[in-house]
Ligand binder design. Structure first.
Ligand code: COA
Length: 191
């Protein structure tokens, strides 16, 4: 378990599957993560089996107040160049916008840098996903490239943006934390 006291990265267990299945079939989430087709129970179980068997990936259930709220992971972990791709979603709509996604990203990056000895973490985000782009920027990720019109959604093409973060660039302090810290005369807070 990896935790900041608010959010915990826990093993992704079979008992979490029902929750995750309902999330991935939610239209709003599907749009955010560039999914179109519905996911059947059979596909969902096969996906889980292949995911936990992968040697180049680690997946966590995101838990808050002892409830599963999302899923995240690192994939394509390269043992030679020490890089990996980050992905995540907060599946419970009521749990978005509370700072939990940002905490999850910070925890996952710390796990990658401190436990897996990664040098670099990258990700892909749809240009229309302004919120996710803002959260990633706030954590220190920089825009490094753009695959023009790479995604097709709702009858139009959209760019896919590639972002990257080097070891040492992670920002763990939120704007709200900074405001509180400044009010107290301090300039940084760890989650
Ligand atoms: C994107 C996602 C992970 C963000 O997590 P979250 O818990 O909702 O976001 P947070 O509450 O942690 O917000 C973090 C920051 O984003 C900013 N933010 C929040 N909502 C925003 C919005 N609508 N537009 C721009 N910025 C926004 C906040 O100001 C906050 O900054 P601060 O911490 O410095 O104050 C989550 O909303 C999610 O899972 N969405 C659906 C799936 C998805 O898009 N996954 C990413 C695919 S690449």
């Amino acid at each position: 378990m990896y935790s900041d006291g608010v959010v915990t990265l826990a093993p992704f267990e079979r008992q979490d599957l029902a929750c995750v299945h309902s999330w991935v079939n939610d239209a709003e989430l599907a749009r955010a993560i560039d999914r179109v087709l519905p996911v059947t129970q059979w596909e969902h179980e096969r996906w889980y089996e292949s995911l936990i068997a992968r040697a180049d990936a680690v997946t966590f259930a995101v838990r808050h107040a002892d409830q599963p709220i999302g899923l995240c992971g690192l994939k394509g972990i390269c043992s030679r160049s020490r890089h990996a791709e980050l992905w995540l979603y907060i599946g419970e709509p009521a749990k978005r916008g509370l700072g939990l996604g940002r905490r999850t990203i910070a925890l996952l990056c710390r796990f990658g840098f401190e436990q897996l000895n990664l040098h670099r973490i990258h990700l892909y985000v749809a240009e229309y996903n302004e919120k996710a782009r803002e959260v990633y920027r706030g954590c220190g990720f920089r825009e490094e490239g753009r695959d023009r019109e790479h995604l097709y959604l709702d009858g139009a093409y959209h760019d896919a943006i590639r972002m990257g973060l080097l070891r040492g660039e992670l920002i763990e302090t939120t704007t709200a934390d900074s405001r509180r810290a400044l009010a107290r005369g301090r300039h940084s807070l760890r989650p």
